[in-house]
Design a protein around this ligand. Structure first.
Ligand code: ATP
Length: 513
């Protein structure tokens, strides 16, 4: 565990040192759970957003984009259920005065039990070697069976009590499991209460005439209220999707995991409108596509797992998360939800406007069902950053810090480095920069010895370094150094564009899975 914590600390400090993430308004000591993206972070974030957007919108004839506003008519949130039900169960520790999400305390406890089972499995794997049959072991080993069923019972009971809004039982569960404050070990808890996560604000100049608004807690509702606008003007036929990226705001109770849980964050969501009755087929389809999208980035298949929801949200008839193995364990990265016709129907009722589709094949008018894919851009950023950060020991026993970002996401695709700051090398390097800048985000760096510049680019995540030396003036060639393999290759200046393009080829990346 200590190692995991170290890794997380490294990720956070590396993110700051290399201009990826800063605390918001840091000169005033920051604002809790709000962060700014620095010069490299802004690029990485944009590249993740583009990779998502292209894979969803550009590659699908029947998916279009939208950019709805953050402020919406307040009835939107009444209809969607957020005013009444967008709550998290909150519990305070009376001794430490620390506040927690009651469900997360229970889930973390269940995860610990799961980890115990995993440990037994790992031990047995080592003991039995090749002859090990994991399925059989899990089915027959009493200890593992006990751990897994204990975990299942806990999560099912939690799911039941939350669905029934039985907060007394959530508290009882915490007591029965003897869950203690993770920071202090105290078991002196308050009752569990519901807390609404929406941020309120006012529209209008004077206090009396101002009306109450909310900052949107999800981007999805902007899609639902525009369903008919897009369907009619885009002449969309079911099934079709609307995709959107943008800011969302939640007054999170506990936000202590860097950019994993923020109060202002960005979502990338897609609502896919389908025929009623066909939703579960499409649900499986989108689970599959979304997992493939993640795997295409090469962060390691073992770092992803599906988690089916035990407690379904008020609008869903099936839901799963894609969890990522963060430095603090497997946690939700993306949600895939079968949202039924809940939202469109609710907006019909509250607005009095029809939100239907005339299906020419069925010759029928209906409210479509919806499959949603919803991923947090910041959580994706953290997944990429934490999987990419490596400390490597080299052949000569020296170490290097390298950020092995997928090249397609890297802020800078290449750095151009004149070997020395004289003899016409900077001029040639600048010429190369001027040529490549039209197609790629390139950095020019002439400060410090070449070895140090390589290390700096490794740590910043730049996939290629292009070194201009004295021979370059004669043979019109340069040395290309590859970040991950550290391999060096002499190539013609005229070949550079093609080499970089090959590294960041969208088709190659997305098709790799
Ligand atoms: P959690 O259970 O972790 O609070 P959630 O189930 O409430 O998340 P959704 O409402 O399904 O999350 O939101 C969709 C996605 O938005 C999540 O999968 C996550 O990636 C992202 N997200 C949600 N809340 C936050 C947050 N506070 N900070 C950053 N990203 C978030």
């Amino acid at each position: 565990m200590a190692k995991q914590e170290d890794l997380f600390r490294n990720v956070i400090s590396h993110a700051k040192e290399y201009g990826y993430i800063f605390a918001s308004s840091e000169i005033y000591d920051g604002l809790s759970a709000v962060y700014d993206y620095g010069q490299n972070g802004a690029e990485l974030k944009k590249n993740i957003r583009d990779y998502w957007w292209k894979s969803m919108v550009q590659l699908h004839q029947n998916i279009v984009g939208l950019d709805a506003s953050i402020l919406m008519h307040p009835t939107t949130w009444k209809a969607s259920g957020h005013v009444d039900a967008f709550n998290d169960p909150l519990i305070d520790n009376k001794d430490s005065k620390k506040r927690y999400r009651a469900d997360v305390l229970v889930e973390d406890h269940a995860e610990k039990i799961y980890q115990k089972a995993q440990k037994e499995i790992e031990k047995a794997k080592k003991r039995f070697g090749d002859a090990f049959d994991e399925e059989q072991f899990v089915a027959t080993n009493d200890r593992v069976k006990r751990y897994l069923s204990e975990r299942k019972e806990i999560l099912e009971r939690l799911g039941r009590s939350l669905t029934n809004e039985d907060l007394k039982d959530v508290k009882a569960l915490i007591e029965e499991l003897e869950i203690a404050d993770p920071d202090t070990g105290s078991k002196n808890w308050t009752e569990v209460r519901q807390f609404n996560l929406m941020f309120g604000t006012k529209l209008g100049a004077s206090a009396e005439s101002a009306s109450d608004l909310y900052l949107r807690p999800e981007t999805a509702q902007g899609i639902f209220v525009n369903f008919s606008n897009v369907q009619k003007t885009g002449r969309m036929k079911i099934p079709f999707g609307i995709a959107q990226t943008g800011k969302a705001f939640r007054n999170e109770i506990v936000a202590r995991q860097f950019i994993f849980r923020m109060r202002e964050f960005e979502q990338m969501e897609m609502q896919y409108f389908v025929r009623p009755g066909e939703e579960l087929k499409w649900y499986e389809h989108w689970k599959d596509i979304r997992l493939k999208w993640h795997l295409s980035l090469g962060l390691g298949e073992e770092n992803y797992r599906f988690h089916d929801h035990d407690k379904l949200a008020h609008y869903a008839n099936a839901a799963a998360d894609i969890e990522f193995n963060y430095p603090f364990g497997f946690k939700e990265l993306e949600g895939i939800h079968s949202r039924t016709d809940f939202d469109l129907k609710a907006h019909e009722e509250h607005s009095g406007k029809k939100l239907r589709f005339y299906d020419p094949e069925l010759k029928e008018n209906y409210v479509p069902y919806v499959i949603e894919t919803s991923i947090g851009l910041d959580r994706m950023f953290l997944a990429v950053l934490s999987a990419a950060l490596k400390e490597e020991t080299l052949e000569d026993n020296s170490t290097r810090t390298v950020l092995k970002l997928p090249a397609i996401l890297a802020p800078y695709k290449a750095a151009i480095l004149p070997l020395v700051k004289k003899d016409g090398l900077p001029e040639l390097a600048q010429d190369i920069f001027e040529e490549l800048k039209w197609d790629f985000n390139i950095q020019y760096d002439e400060k410090d010895a070449i070895g140090r510049r390589y290390r700096r680019q490794d740590a910043a995540g730049t996939p290629l370094c292009i070194t201009v030396d004295h021979d370059s003036l004669e043979d019109k060639s340069v040395t290309v150094r590859f970040r991950d393999s550290m391999e060096q290759k002499r190539v013609l200046i005229t070949e550079l564009s093609e080499i970089i393009a090959e590294e960041v080829d969208f088709k190659k990346w997305l098709k790799s899975e």
